[in-house]
Ligand binder design. Structure first.
Ligand SMILES: CC(C)[C@H](C(=O)O)[C@@H](O)C(=O)O
Ligand code: SF4
Length: 463
């Protein structure tokens, strides 16, 4: 019987078995940001420990960094304090920091892949729940808590319970005007926000294989929103082409050696899965959330459903929506394009097609926060920022921005935002009664132009 990628990578990184059915797993790459690392460093200091492999940890700053004025000190003293803490910690423990001055700063899940740090067959940990993003390369990547950040810093290993694997096979290619974001919203709707608990999701099938690496990252990014801590895709030529030439990518003979390894860790055709779920890409339409979990979503062409449970009732009340109401036509106040789900260069290229020659509707605040300084530079080299600004979008600096609003980008009152991010929880975007509609970045762009939720396919005459 063959093995899954998860089983192979797990075995290769297994240091030993420990209590409670757990394994001690070596972590190849550790990424940190300013929110979940300060306490971990404090614990190291208390215990008088060093970072065991400082060359395997890389830091960035993303959550608290403002996206407008990034001059120091930051206007928010708490943000300034967190920035100073990470600056002090990386210096003291000898860790590479992708600071704003380095020109490489950005959202942790955008920076790792962009610099070629993220590679197939690795184990990757980060004190952030959306770490599964890196699974798009065929790595086993997962979010950890602060005490585990400490464990990785001190030992480069973690005590982990083995996961089951559910293969999610999506046949056929996406229809025009339907994107990776729609795939993952659709899947979460079908499998539920808790459906993936205890599982790693292996995304497969023609719909997944035909996605770019960026699209694959969007899918894996939201595995955790479906309850799966790990989401991954077997590596292929698309993966290798994406990595080649990047700063930390292997070069020369080392490339050939690694390529051999990457090919060897793919799931075998006769691998044994704990579960298999089959879908058809032709059934997927542009999706919009109407509630307070990513599961509560519908195709843009449909009406808000009757509540099926208490959480649906709670969502309708919070969102001030009625069952039977069309989601299309919902007026929006804010349009936000960015985040680790959809803040990559490909997202910006795609939205530019929809925005070009159009204007943001009156009364809508529309802004774009590129995922990293690398994305920003590339977009500007291609002149995309001019298209955005001409249309009335604000063009910001990189960071998590209004995905989580741990920075000045916040909703006000019960404003409704069309957002390309990954969570629509109550109060997520900075106002305790702010309302978030998750959708693909092109759907956000279309909503910004129309002033209300519309089927973006109408803008480009896609049938
Ligand atoms: C701040 C951080 C711990 C958090 C996470 O783990 O995901 C954040 O990135 C989020 O998206 O909610
Ligand atoms: S962009 Fe959003 S989801 Fe991603 S790491 Fe930042 S806050 Fe978390």
């Amino acid at each position: 019987m063959g093995k899954t990628l998860l089983e192979k990578v797990w075995e290769i990184h297994k240091v030993g078995s420990i209590s409670g059915g757990r394994d001690q797993i070596f972590i190849g790459l550790h990424l940190i940001h300013e929110v979940t690392s300060p306490q971990a460093f404090a614990m190291l200091r208390e215990m008088g420990l060093k970072v065991l492999f400082p060359e395997r940890t890389f830091a960035t700053c993303d959550h608290i960094i403002p996206t407008d004025d990034i001059s120091r000190p930051f206007a928010d003293p708490l943000a300034e304090e967190m920035m100073q803490a990470i600056e002090k910690n990386i210096k003291e423990f000898g860790i590479t920091f992708f600071s704003p001055e380095s020109g490489k700063q950005g959202i942790v899940h955008i920076v790792g892949p962009e610099l070629g740090l993220t590679q197939p067959g690795m184990t990757i940990a980060c004190g952030d729940s959306h770490t599964a993003t890196h699974g798009a390369f065929g790595s086993i990547a997962f979010g950890i808590g602060t005490s585990q950040v400490r464990d990785v810093l001190a030992t480069q290993t973690l005590a982990l319970t083995p996961l089951k694997v559910r293969k999610i096979d999506i046949k056929n290619k996406l229809k025009p005007g339907v994107y990776a974001k729609d795939i993952i919203l659709y899947l979460i709707n079908r499998l539920g926000v808790k459906g993936g608990i205890g599982y790693a999701y292996e995304f497969a099938g023609e719909a997944i294989e035909s996605l770019s690496l960026e699209g694959r990252m969007t899918v894996c990014n939201m595995a955790i929103e479906g309850g799966a801590r790990v989401g991954y895709i077997n590596p292929d030529q698309t993966t290798y082409d994406y990595i080649k030439g990047r700063e930390y990518a292997p070069k020369g003979k080392e490339w050939d050696k690694r390529l051999q390894y990457w090919e060897s860790i793919k799931s075998d055709p006769d691998a044994n899965y704990d579960d298999v779920a089959n879908f058809d890409a032709h059934d997927i339409e542009p999706m919009v959330t109407w509630g307070i979990t990513p599961e509560q979503c519908i195709p843009v062409t449909e009406k808000i459903p009757e509540p099926k449970n208490d959480i649906d009732k709670e969502a309708l009340e919070y969102m001030k929506f009625k069952p039977g109401q069309k989601i299309e036509g919902t007026k929006i106040d804010v349009a936000f394009i960015g985040s680790c789900t959809n803040g990559r260069i490909e997202d910006l290229r795609e939205v530019a097609k929809y925005i070009k020659g159009n204007k943001v509707a009156k009364g809508v605040k529309a802004f774009i926060a590129p995922g990293s300084m690398g994305v920003k530079k590339q977009a500007e080299a291609e002149g995309l920022h001019e298209i955005f600004m001409e249309a009335g979008f604000e063009w910001r600096n990189p960071g998590c921005s209004m995905c989580l609003a741990m920075n000045p980008d916040k909703l006000v009152g019960d404003q409704i935002s069309a957002s390309s991010s990954n969570r629509n929880f109550k109060g997520r975007q900075g106002s305790p009664n702010g309302r978030t509609l998750l959708m693909s970045p092109v759907m956000v762009a279309a909503a910004a132009i129309a002033g209300e939720v519309i089927d973006a396919r109408k803008l480009l005459n896609i049938k």
